[in-house]
Write a protein that binds this ligand. Structure first.
Ligand SMILES: Nc1ncnc2c1ncn2[C@@H]1O[C@H](COP(=O)(O)OP(=O)(O)OP(=O)(O)O)[C@@H](O)[C@H]1O
Ligand SMILES: [Mg+2]
Length: 331
């Protein structure tokens, strides 16, 4: 049993237009993946691909008109979709914690950071506040905040961006989560601070045996910090596997285009060109969602692409995976 098992997760936005007709945006379509305890999984993909929505769907943090319409999420053997809201609340912020972008909006501006940290612990532990305060200092220390005893008295507005992000990570760690979901944890921070925060997160997963999902636009971050990668496009995972396999042998034209366009020029393998706009989720193309933007697209791409195993753990969802689209014919 894996720590997290997500199968065929489908999340739609269901609303009515001005003529009272039901409109459905198919934002997540059959997202499936597993994550083992202690491993780091990186999610990449263009804006609107559904990365944050995947995280929110797992944590049960969707707001209408978003709704999970199919699939399952098992965490540590427990079915999160079938769980009563109170039980899910108890798991969220305890066994599953999230770090989001924009630390400032996630901190309460009117509460000293030490108190915010202690409160998170106490809500879940129900123990004495003195224990929670000690734990807050311990976690501030763990995330590299200098002089925790004094810093605990700071107000959120007194913190730099990097420090605020560290506080947020400390908050996420307060209850010893088994899974940490970090959604663009370093976007907006300067490059040196980014590296510090990412090294810190990676170090913490090792130290506490925590699994982590890192959501990012930056393939370099995934290459450096993840064990596994999941490449998302139009609400679905189009290629996934161990980082080394996917980077050394990218099979999906979308993955190839992402790798080819990274500034670090991690360029290996194909070099599909990809222009154009993300597909309209209210009207997804039939078959492969990439086909209207893919330079390799052929007639067969109007039919659903198969999931092809490249090896035991690496797969790609493309008619031409494992073949050269220029020469081969799809089966
Ligand atoms: N209320 C809504 N109605 C319809 N579609 C929506 C609504 N809210 C969000 N979406 C769509 O859901 C899709 C998934 O968004 P999500 O935030 O998960 O993308 P993302 O991959 O995290 O992108 P980014 O990299 O920009 O953070 C987007 O295409 C977005 O347009
Ligand atoms: Mg996002």
């Amino acid at each position: 049993m894996s720590l997290l098992e997500v199968e065929n997760l489908r999340t739609h936005f269901i609303s009515r237009d001005i003529d009272n007709q039901i409109r459905v945006a198919q934002a997540l379509n059959d997202v499936s993946f597993t994550l083992e305890a202690g491993k780091v999984l990186g999610f990449v993909g263009e804006t609107g691909a559904g990365k944050s929505l995947t995280a929110q769907s797992i944590c049960g943090l969707l707001r209408p008109p978003a709704r999970i319409v199919g699939g399952s999420v098992f965490f540590d053997g427990q079915d999160l979709r079938e769980m009563p809201e109170d039980d899910l609340n108890a798991i969220r912020g305890d066994q599953i914690a999230m770090v989001v972008q924009n630390p400032r909006t996630s901190l309460d501006p009117l509460t000293r950071i030490g108190d915010q940290l202690a409160r998170i612990h106490q809500t879940h532990s129900g123990g004495p506040i003195s224990t929670s305060r000690e734990r807050a200092l311990e976690m501030m220390e763990a995330v590299g905040i200098p002089d925790p005893t004094n810093r605990a008295k700071s107000w959120p507005h007194e913190l730099s961006g990097g420090m605020a992000q560290r506080v947020l990570i400390a908050m996420a760690l307060m209850n010893n989560p088994k899974l940490l979901i970090a959604d663009e944890p370093t976007t907006g921070l300067d490059v040196t601070v980014q590296a510090q925060i990412l090294d810190l997160l990676k170090g913490l997963t090792e130290r506490f045996g925590m699994a982590m999902i890192v959501i990012t636009h930056d393939l370099g971050i995934v290459a450096h910090y993840s064990d596994e990668i999941a490449v998302m496009f139009a609400g679905t995972i189009v290629e996934a596997g161990p980082v080394v396999d996917v980077f050394n042998n990218p099979q999906h034209p979308y993955t190839q285009s992402l790798i080819a366009s990274t500034p670090e020029k991690l360029q290996i393998g194909g070099s599909a060109k990809l222009g154009g706009q993300p597909p309209d989720l209210y009207n997804l193309p039939s078959g492969c969602p990439l086909r209207t933007r893919c330079s390799f697209a052929q007639e067969i791409c109007a039919t659903p692409p198969p999931r092809r195993q490249i090896n035991d753990t690496h797969y790609s969802v493309c008619h031409f995976s494992g073949k050269s689209p220029a020469n081969g014919s799809a089966s």
